[in-house]
Ligand binder design. Structure first.
Ligand SMILES: Cc1ncc(COP(=O)(O)O)c(C=O)c1O
Length: 355
């Protein structure tokens, strides 16, 4: 292909200011995928069976959301009016910006955190107040409470946080919600199944609270894209207004319904991950490699100056980890998604050989 011609059509200013698009990573199939916090074995067989039962008519029709919303609302213990299904949590986050953030309005984050908050903020032309986790990866509660005084439109808290794996406790979240009645507080519980901590029941008490959940992680539906935004119905009404008519495909609805009927599968997977996490932690302690305690299906590890060589060695063996140096401005930090115990043992063996 020839070099791209300079585009004569003006591009949105916020987009022009953003760095180059870094595409997603390709060629991961068949490898030990410990780089994207996905389910490393696959969805429940019950999900596969439900997808196989889809008819040609099901595929030909535009999706209908009422029944699935009712079923999933019941699963989460909320009312259908308090739940919006989105194309992954990613799209739910984008909707929050579309509905609540004007160009120039302020959003609040504590970094390092899930990179899409900053990405959508840049796209929306929002001003970002970015606080930092400290060296021990503690969430800066007091600084957040202070920064709420400037009335940011939205505060994003991933809980557990990606990539640190740390949790903000309920008492801190309660203080934050009370201190910020005019700020939408998004508590992104993408890894809830692994942590067990949720503020979902608070949505009726705090009209400024938005909780997100995903079927991409524990349930293993990342390829189908289904996120859930759960909030006071007044918030959901606003988000729905900004939503495209068919954001979620029928296969995702069928798969999610089947996943919610097979909670045992998720429960067993979570147990496997927790056991694997313990084994990996013990191995890292034996090797005197620092890591941060995690409530999620991944572990943030500091391999120091060995990280680039280790990552390359493991990649050659088909084991993919995620380099997080860009979050900390220094080589060493690597995020490792946990898999089954057998997968974790394979990983430990490879680390031991490369170390
Ligand atoms: C904190 C957090 N939120 C949301 C997502 C994205 O979820 P989804 O696949 O539903 O878009 C991720 C994925 O890595 C994440 O780490």
């Amino acid at each position: 292909m020839r070099g791209a011609a300079k585009l004569a059509v003006p591009v949105r200013r916020t987009l022009e200011r953003m760095g180059a698009y870094h595409g997603t990573i390709e060629g991961r199939a068949g490898k030990l995928r410990l780089d994207f916090n996905e389910n490393t074995v696959g969805c429940s067989p019950a999900v596969r069976a439900a997808l196989a039962r889809m008819t040609r008519q099901d595929v030909a029709m535009y999706p209908e959301y009422q029944a699935a919303t009712r079923r999933l609302a019941q699963f989460f213990g909320v009312r259908p009016a308090e739940l919006l299904l989105t194309n992954g949590v990613d799209e739910g986050l984008r909707l929050v910006f579309d509905a609540f953030v004007d160009p120039g309005s302020r959003v609040l984050l504590a970094e390092p955190t899930f990179v899409m908050y900053r990405f959508y903020a840049a796209l929306a032309g929002a001003k970002v107040t970015a606080l930092r986790y400290d060296g021990a990866m503690r969430f800066p509660v007091e600084k957040v409470l202070d920064a709420l005084g400037r009335r940011p439109r939205v505060l994003f808290i991933a809980n557990p946080n990606n990539p640190t794996g740390t949790l903000v406790g309920k008492s801190a979240l309660g203080r934050i919600l009370k201190a910020a009645p005019r700020t939408l507080v998004v508590v992104d519980e993408a890894y809830f199944e692994f942590s067990g901590l949720t503020v979902l029941p608070w949505i009726r008490r705090h009209a400024n609270l938005v909780v997100t959940r995903t079927f991409s992680k524990a349930a293993g539906l990342a390829g189908l894209r289904l996120g859930c935004v759960i909030a006071h119905r007044a918030v959901i009404d606003v988000l729905r207004k900004a939503c495209s008519p068919f954001p979620v495909n029928t296969a995702a609805l069928v798969a999610a319904e089947a996943a919610t009927r097979d909670v045992r599968y998720i429960r067993n997977y979570v147990r496997e991950i927790r056991d694997g996490r313990r084994e990996l932690e013990q191995a890292l302690m034996r090797l005197a490699i620092p890591f941060f305690p995690s409530a999620a299906n991944f572990l943030l590890v500091d391999f120091g100056s060995h990280a680039p060589r280790l990552l390359a060695n493991l990649a050659r063996q088909g084991i993919l980890l995620r380099d997080r140096r860009s979050d900390f401005n220094r080589v060493g930090y690597v995020r490792i998604t946990l898999g089954t115990r057998a997968q974790t043992r394979r990983l430990i063996g490879a680390i031991e050989k490369s170390w």
